[in-house]
Design a binder for this molecule. Structure first.
Ligand code: IVH
Length: 666
């Protein structure tokens, strides 16, 4: 129809909506283009988390991926096992939620748990249907928003004409366009969408990955034509080579090939690690390389005191992005030695002034692959790694077995303090909106925030009075208020986040979660760590009984909680917070919920890894060793000392069949 006819219908629709506001449809044209520019995007929690993928870089990695899966499933090398193989699109993922066939939400990945609802913008992408027929009542379709290389070039040309921003690559252009607050701008940027996965669905719609992709295509989505099905790692690798050869002619950027187990019931059994599925992997293309000169080596001091050398480079374009810094890892790496002490780069060291070869793999920090000694200035000398901390002047020591030299200044080192604070407010830690690395540096420099607890007393100290935050450069009344309320919101916080946020060495996100569920309350953990003796006693045994906690992490935890300075910092913080109790997954019908289980000996019906995952899914805790806290020992043939210990402690010991009978049907 003509524009005029369309406008007339739109006006009539609007008039009807004004009179009968309750009848307004969520896909109404009045809600779309021409709708007021939004002030920001609403946050939405994903019904199922949006995960990332593990990486494979070599053919061996692909073979190992297949072997790992077979081992987990307990099937031998020759049993048939199909995989799908499809390009990994270099864009950004989007989750489209359809309710009763109508698109009601379009969420970006965000941190994987919470994303932003960019519905108005998704609606102007022509590859995204507004309605679907014959789909489950709740149907979340996931895929990649991307921009073709031709559209990207045309966009940059248009931007140049209007002296607007130039985008570094199609991915950045797609991301910038999807997150426009004004959908009219998004509409002017030709975005596309490939569907390749799904989130919450109220009813199963396929039995295999290949069928699911075929169904998505029938429903009206674009699916990638290079998706194929393979029956062996060899076939997967052959398809990878094929796609790699055609990469330049596809018309859009891809950065690898994704392999997925085809059978969805096997995908379900394989399940997920904390952030990646066991049943899929991304086989990445080799990174692009470029030569440039190394102008300087700077030393940065991290939150654990690690002295990290950073290469300052003459800017060079690598894979469409200008690179001017690269990591040099540690002093051995600069000297030409690998982690095992054996030579790397045939023993060539790296010197200031050298020509170096730089590469970028995905989003990660650029690295240096090689150095060209034939172009080296003959008067150059090897780089001498500092033995004192450049930030606080304390001695920097390298402990035996540690590749890294560390500043011994602890909390007197300003660099360590600032980095700890940045970690504290990071995404997986307190994640305070409006308080990122930049603001932390600013507040630290002014002496307003010197420890985590200071964040929570900021409003009391600087909210009112002479030195009001709102009077400072970069802050106004609104932004100051917003910050204070974002901080207040985080007073109530999960146990695992607090523990991870403290940045205790060796305690990562996953371990923090395991420790939290083990102890349940902060007080219980604190009591254990305060009374524990390194290497012996009940508290020590209890710590080591947590799956994934070894002697190194346990020592690090005890040391942190028994050091006076550290402890004062921790206690001051806890006094400001309401730390939530951590509970293991509650599965009300499960007879093993809350129980501590140890597996030992050979399991015949499923691998140890699968048994553990299933037990945890039923709300049990799985421990690595038997103690007085163990409720059940599942012992297969060949069970040795653990079975003896369980017997002496009177722990219930059952065989694999009884275990399966116990969890039957769950
Ligand atoms: S599957 C549970 N398939 O890669 C895993 N992801 O590194 C679901 N991506 O966040 C992802 N092409 O944005 C899958 N064909 C493809 C993909 C793909 C691109 C992206 C996606 C994901 C990231 C993981």
């Amino acid at each position: 129809m003509s524009d005029a006819d369309y406008d007339r219908l739109k006006q009539r629709n609007k008039a009807i909506e004004d009179r009968f506001s309750t009848e307004k449809r969520s896909d109404s044209p009045s809600e779309q283009i021409g709708a007021p520019v939004s002030e920001g995007f609403d946050k939405v929690r994903h019904a199922q988390p949006m995960l990332s993928l593990g990486n494979a870089f070599t053919n061996e990695d692909v073979i190992e991926f297949d072997q790992r899966i077979r081992k987990f499933l307990g099937v031998n090398e020759t049993a048939p096992l199909r995989y799908t193989a499809e390009p990994k699109i270099d864009g950004l993922s989007l989750s489209l939620r359809y309710e009763d066939g109508t698109l009601v939400q379009a969420a970006t990945r965000g941190d994987g748990e919470v994303g932003e609802n960019v519905l108005a913008n998704a609606r102007v992408i022509s590859d995204i249907p507004h309605t679907l027929t014959s789909v489950p009542a709740i149907f979340e379709v996931r895929g990649e928003v991307y921009m073709s290389t031709a559209d990207f070039a045309a966009l940059n040309a248009r931007q140049a004409e209007i002296k607007g921003k130039q985008f570094a690559n199609p991915r950045n252009a797609a991301a910038g366009s999807l997150r426009q607050l004004d959908a009219v701008i998004t509409k002017s940027r030709p975005l596309r969408f490939f569907a390749y996965a799904w989130g919450e669905v109220s009813e199963a719609f396929a039995k295999t990955q290949s069928d699911a992709i075929a169904a998505l295509s029938r429903f009206g989505f674009q699916t990638n034509p290079l998706t194929t099905s393979c029956d062996s790692p060899d076939a997967m690798i052959a398809h990878y080579r094929d796609i790699e050869e055609n990469r330049a002619t596809l018309g859009y950027d891809i950065d690898g090939v994704v392999y997925k187990v085809d059978d969805l019931s096997l995908q379900k059994r394989l399940g997920f690690r904390s952030t990646t599925p066991r049943w899929a992997i991304a086989h990445k293309f080799p990174a692009e390389l470029a030569w440039t000169t190394l102008n300087d080596i700077e030393i940065q001091v991290g939150r654990t005191g690690a002295l990290s050398p950073v290469a300052r480079l003459s800017p060079v374009t690598v894979g469409g992005v200008v690179v001017s810094n690269a990591t040099l890892h540690n002093e051995d790496y600069i000297a030409g030695l690998g982690g095992d002490g054996a030579p790397i780069r045939e023993g060539r060291d790296i010197r200031v002034g050298d020509w170096v070869q730089v590469y970028r793999a995905g989003d990660v920090i650029p690295k240096i692959k090689d150095v060209d000694p034939s172009r080296r200035d003959p008067t150059s000398t090897p780089y001498v790694f500092p033995q004192i901390c450049p930030e606080c002047g304390s001695v920097a020591l390298r402990e035996q077995g540690d590749a890294v030299r560390r500043c011994t200044g602890g909390l007197i080192c300003p660099a360590q303090l600032v980095e700890r604070l940045k970690h504290f407010v990071g995404r997986s830690a307190f994640d305070i909106e409006g308080l990122g690395a930049k603001q932390i540096e600013q507040f630290y420099a002014d002496g307003w925030i010197r420890s985590p607890a200071d964040i929570f007393t900021l409003q009391a100290r600087f909210g009112t009075g002479l030195q009001q935050l709102k009077n400072r450069e970069g802050w106004g009344e609104k932004s100051a208020e917003k910050l204070f309320s974002a901080i207040a919101e985080k007073r109530q916080i999960s146990f695992r986040r607090v523990l991870f946020a403290l940045g205790i060495r060796h305690v990562g996100e996953a371990s923090a979660g395991l420790i939290a569920t083990h102890y349940g309350t902060w007080d219980a953990m604190e009591t254990t760590l305060t009374t524990a003796t390194i290497g012996q006693g009940a508290a020590w045994d209890d710590l080591l009984g947590i799956d994934g906690v070894g002697a190194v992490m346990a020592t690090s935890l005890i040391t942190a909680f028994q050091n006076d300075n550290e402890r004062a910092t921790i206690d001051a913080l806890i006094a400001q917070l309401d730390v939530q109790e951590a509970t293991a997954v509650a599965v009300s019908d499960s007879p093993v919920a809350g129980k501590t289980i140890v597996f030992t000996g050979t399991l015949e019906k499923m691998s140890r890894a699968e048994a553990k995952v299933r037990a945890e899914a039923l709300g049990a805790k799985v421990a690595g060793s038997v103690s007085a806290k163990t409720d059940i020992l599942v012992a297969g043939p060949g069970a040795g000392s653990k079975a003896a210990k369980a017997e002496s402690l009177g722990v219930l010991t059952i065989d694999e069949d009884s275990w399966l009978a116990m969890i039957d049907g769950l």
